[in-house]
Design a protein around this ligand. Structure first.
Ligand SMILES: [Zn+2]
Length: 101
């Protein structure tokens, strides 16, 4: 489960909470205020972040996405392999090894 950083807008207490993405932010443990603001402190893990972004496609057209993906895949694959080892990447992201795209 991801760990989130929050900051309470009422009392400025900062705290971390670990919960699934589908769950609403918890109330401030210091004053009970809700909602609290999510604080973005760091990029998500390489694997999770990049794989998620690939499917995100803000406003790019499908073709732009495909060519971007084709361009990025070898780089991403190398990055992941360097970091995690090829067998891990193959197991978790087999599509990166599928050159037919
Ligand atoms: Zn508070």
């Amino acid at each position: 489960m991801p760990l989130y950083d929050y900051k309470c807008p009422a009392c400025e207490h900062r705290f971390e909470a670990r919960h699934s993405m589908n769950v609403d932010a918890p109330a401030c443990p210091a004053c009970g205020h809700t909602p609290v603001a999510r604080v973005i402190t760091s990029a998500p893990s390489v694997a999770g972040g990049m794989l998620t972004h690939a499917g995100d496609g803000r406003r790019a057209s499908k073709e732009q996405l495909q060519s971007k993906w084709a361009e990025e895949t070898p780089k991403l694959r190398k990055k992941l392999v360097d970091k995690l080892g090829e067998s891990t990447v193959r197991k978790n992201a087999p599509h990166l090894f599928n050159d037919n795209g």
